[in-house]
Design a protein around this ligand. Sequence first.
Ligand SMILES: Cc1cc2nc3c(=O)[nH]c(=O)nc-3n(C[C@H](O)[C@H](O)[C@H](O)COP(=O)(O)OP(=O)(O)OC[C@H]3O[C@@H](n4cnc5c(N)ncnc54)[C@H](O)[C@@H]3O)c2cc1C
Length: 389
Amino acid sequence: MKDGIVESYTSLDNSISIDVAIIGAGMSGALTAYYLRNSGFSLAVFDRRHVGMGSTAASTAFLQYEIDTPLTKLSSYVGPVNAVRCYKACRSAIYDIESICKKLKPSFDFHIRPSLHYASFKKDKNDLFTEYTLRRDHGFKVDWLESGDVEKMFRLDAPAAILSADGGEVDAYLLTHALFKAVRAKGHHIFSNTNITDITHHKHGVTLTTAAGLNIKAKKLVIACGYESQKCIPKQIAQVNSTYALVSESVQEDLLWHKNSLMWETATPYMYFRIVSKNRILLGGKDDFFHNARIRDARIKRKTEMLLHSFSQKMKQIPLKADFSWAGAFAVTKDGLPYIGAIPERPHTYFALGYGGNGITFSVIAAEIIRDLLLKKKNNKVHLFDFNR
Ligand SMILES: Cc1cc2nc3c(=O)[nH]c(=O)nc-3n(C[C@H](O)[C@H](O)[C@H](O)COP(=O)(O)OP(=O)(O)OC[C@H]3O[C@@H](n4cnc5c(N)ncnc54)[C@H](O)[C@@H]3O)c2cc1C
């Protein structure tokens, strides 16, 4: 809302043939196209909305390697070795975004931020400590804070917390536009208002059909349609939930906390907050475990009150007034990891599904893996996120 439609791309108006078609012009499609922009493949990206107007526009854009499933729990799903490798892949993704932002012309605003994961209740402290020791033992830069330290550094009322050095923040919507600008500068095509209604698979590629009846022939296809990708996959791989967010009016600078850290808690669903421009607080959470846009949107007012109330319980010194509130859909998987790669039912096709609360770091990993699969390069992360894990 703040930035409006940054750049408007035209819709497709004639049938075309290209090497790689990407459906979805959100963060995942943008990063995949960016990673492929110098690959030698001709690319075209299609979106039925405007660029970045899916989940990407709703994103609160916390960049954290700590995915929604704690390392301790993820180890029980995928084994301790793979769990640590997933966490490390997410941590690298934060720094990959930083380096992409530096390379963009003009360079794009990105900040490394510490991330504070605080215990919501006393009963959470032991599990949080186990999580801390596991991460510390695997080389993550983490500190354990007792209640008094949390109070002193963050003015937050919590029994204990893990302070991680490696987090980041970015404007997801503007970054998506900046990436597409760089992709277009290399001669590739981006089409908005172009709804792909059918995909046919052939021996040597795919044909996409648009709602306007045009055909797109491509040797390879990348599906980056966010939670809407589910309809292209024969089995149910994720549940779509609703989530709520608000941005506050500006608050007094001297009331803010240690190094503009990203803040989140152990409760499920969790509340999270960070400081954005002009000392506003971006606050989110109070998820519902269903997805019905009409019911969800009718709850925004109530959820805003609930978020403000929960925030005031924790950060008593900051009087918060909501300036703008919204809701969005996000998909969650059983283990909290994204699905990236191919399925036998859809030949010549790769999925970039950045599901979960850390979708943006997953989008980076998806872009890197899909580039390597298309270029037939070895990538040792493939099996961590594939559909058969
Ligand atoms: C409120 C909220 C807060 C979030 N906070 C965070 C956060 O703090 N940190 C984080 O890392 N992640 C967060 N996420 C998740 C993150 O925003 C998403 O994972 C990410 O934006 C997904 O990007 P995407 O490109 O995969 O999907 P999307 O942005 O949804 O893009 C998919 C695109 O595909 C298009 N499309 C779908 N079907 C078709 C079709 N048939 N033809 C043509 N186009 C089609 C859609 O129009 C859409 O633009 C949040 C999400 C929400 C909703």
